[in-house]
Design a protein around this ligand. Structure first.
Ligand SMILES: NC(=O)C1=CN([C@@H]2O[C@H](COP(=O)(O)OP(=O)(O)OC[C@H]3O[C@@H](n4cnc5c(N)ncnc54)[C@H](OP(=O)(O)O)[C@@H]3O)[C@@H](O)[C@H]2O)C=CC1
Ligand SMILES: O=C([O-])CC(=O)C(=O)O
Length: 443
């Protein structure tokens, strides 16, 4: 085993990987290795930097190839890249799927810090699915992003084949098949909701345009940054070449919270709760649907007979769970959000269990529930595991649900008016009026 001088890294610039040379091949599997290198690429020369690393056919040692074609010799290599490998011993890559490319924005933020390592571990897309991570940051976060990339490097995930970091979405989103849009200002004390919509809305307008221009045409987009429903709407409106159906707003955290509260009340483990719909906006107007949810396959109202609690205590606890968490922890949920992003993706890439469904914020056009068109609204969905989904069409809606769903719908219509300038719908008119537009926990 050849080792470089690990105590004296050659450079401190970004950890980056290339696309072309290290294509997956049964011959080229470097078990438990990344082929990222630290190169002295000044960040200001390009918003995304790439180098390539390939394996010399003669001695199987990794060599780094820079964009300008010059080859870095083994002598110049860094850390794990200087090891040699017994490739004949590596059989597992033969059964691996084709690599997929995943963009993550806000990659140096709290949620991403939990999420990236789950993605790289194989826990999301499966143990035979190699991935490339394209991490989007900004000038203010680029140093931190380098740190994230270094931690990914040090984690030795076999399935993580590429890591790129950059600040230009037009470069970072190139050919991506998944875009997890997390980067956005979290709400803060004393902040107007309209201001949050405006600040973050701009981000999603720009990123929608970039996805439209350079991402895979069938890219799946999950918007996490708040207010996620309206941000997802802005994003899809700025990406007319991508099917609107491919855009999601994350309401899975709310679904998970609702399942937890029902399990707690019923005294069962939370895996016994199914068919949990969150209707509407990821806000305090969201409607956790206890009418159609089930516990051990039975209607919730049969198992939990305290219906007043269901209508009031349960509903409010889910609506305000995020706010309560901020009060306790001092900042918004990050780990459980990352877990819910994993759940949301897995629900799209694995078949939904028979009779069950999951919640996700999706485009309302053609919905069977009479929800206004041209919104992103959380509804019950099923998937056959191909990344796509269908709405569940026959969920019962009683008067209680209808009234509350209408309130969340009104809120989203009001939010949409606030961002008309970002969706191509004319001049924005922001009157959030009597509608409760507060994010979970806002008072
Ligand atoms: N849908 C859901 O269920 C949930 C959504 N969220 C939302 O996810 C988003 C990210 O949360 P989290 O990772 O905890 O936040 P962090 O503050 O840890 O990271 C957010 C990242 O967003 C980017 N960003 C872009 N614009 C701004 C801005 N104006 N001010 C500050 N940061 C900005 C920054 O990255 P850079 O500089 O690289 O651009 C920053 O690193 C928030 O909007 C939050 O409200 C949180 C929990 C649940
Ligand atoms: O409340 C927040 O600001 C963060 C959030 O969306 C949640 O935890 O559900």
């Amino acid at each position: 085993m050849a080792m470089s001088d690990l105590s004296t890294p050659k450079t401190t610039s970004p950890l980056l990987r290339s696309s072309s040379q290290l294509r997956l091949s049964s011959k080229l599997h470097l078990s438990n290795q990344f082929r990222h290198l630290l190169l002295p690429t000044p960040l200001h020369t390009s918003s995304i930097s790439k180098i390539s690393c390939s394996v010399s056919q003669n001695n199987q040692a990794p060599v780094a190839v820079q964009d300008n074609g010059s080859v870095k010799t083994k002598k110049e290599c860094y850390g794990v890249f200087c090891l040699t490998y017994d490739l004949k011993a590596e059989e597992e890559t033969k059964s691996w799927k084709k690599m997929i490319s995943i963009a993550v924005s806000g990659a140096a933020g709290m949620i991403s810090n939990h999420l990236l390592f789950k993605l790289a571990s194989g826990a999301v897309f499966g143990p035979d699915q190699p991935i490339a991570l394209k991490l989007l940051g900004s000038e203010r976060s680029i140093q931190a992003l380098e740190g994230v990339a270094m931690e990914l490097e040090d984690s030795l995930f076999p399935l993580l084949r590429e890591v790129d970091i950059g600040t230009d979405p037009y470069e970072v989103f190139q050919d991506v098949e998944w875009a997890l849009l997390i980067g956005a200002k979290p709400r803060g004390p004393g902040m107007e909701r309209a201001a949050l919509l405006d600040i973050n809305g701009q981000i999603f307008a720009e990123q929608g345009k970039a996805l439209n221009a350079v991402a895979s045409p069938n890219v799946k987009v999950l918007v996490v940054g708040n207010p996620c429903n309206t941000n997802a709407l802005i994003c899809l409106k700025n990406a007319p070449n991508i099917p609107a159906k491919n855009f999601h707003a994350l309401t899975r955290l709310d679904e998970n919270r609702a399942k937890c509260q029902l399990a707690l009340k019923a005294g069962v483990f939370y895996d016994k709760v199914s068919n949990m719909t969150i209707w509407g906006n990821h806000s305090t107007t969201q409607v956790p649907d206890f009418l159609n949810a089930r516990i051990n396959g039975r209607p919730v109202k049969e198992v939990i007979t305290d219906h007043k609690w269901l209508e009031e205590g349960f509903t409010e606890s889910v609506q305000k769970r995020g706010g309560l968490l901020i009060q306790k922890w001092g900042r918004s949920s990050a780990a459980s959000t990352a877990v819910s992003i994993v759940d949301a993706i897995k629900s799209l890439v694995t078949p939904t269990p028979e009779g069950d469904w999951f919640s996700t914020g999706v485009y309302t056009n053609g919905n069977p529930y009479g929800i206004a068109e041209d919104l992103v609204f959380s509804m019950p969905c099923r998937s056959n595991g191909d990344g796509d989904y269908e709405l569940v069409k026959d969920v019962e809606i009683d008067d209680y649900l209808r009234k509350r769903i209408a309130k969340s719908e009104a809120e989203l219509l009001a939010e949409k008016k606030c961002v008309a300038h970002l969706t191509g719908d004319g001049i924005a008119f922001c009157d959030l009026g009597p509608v409760d537009t507060m994010l979970p926990g806002e008072v």
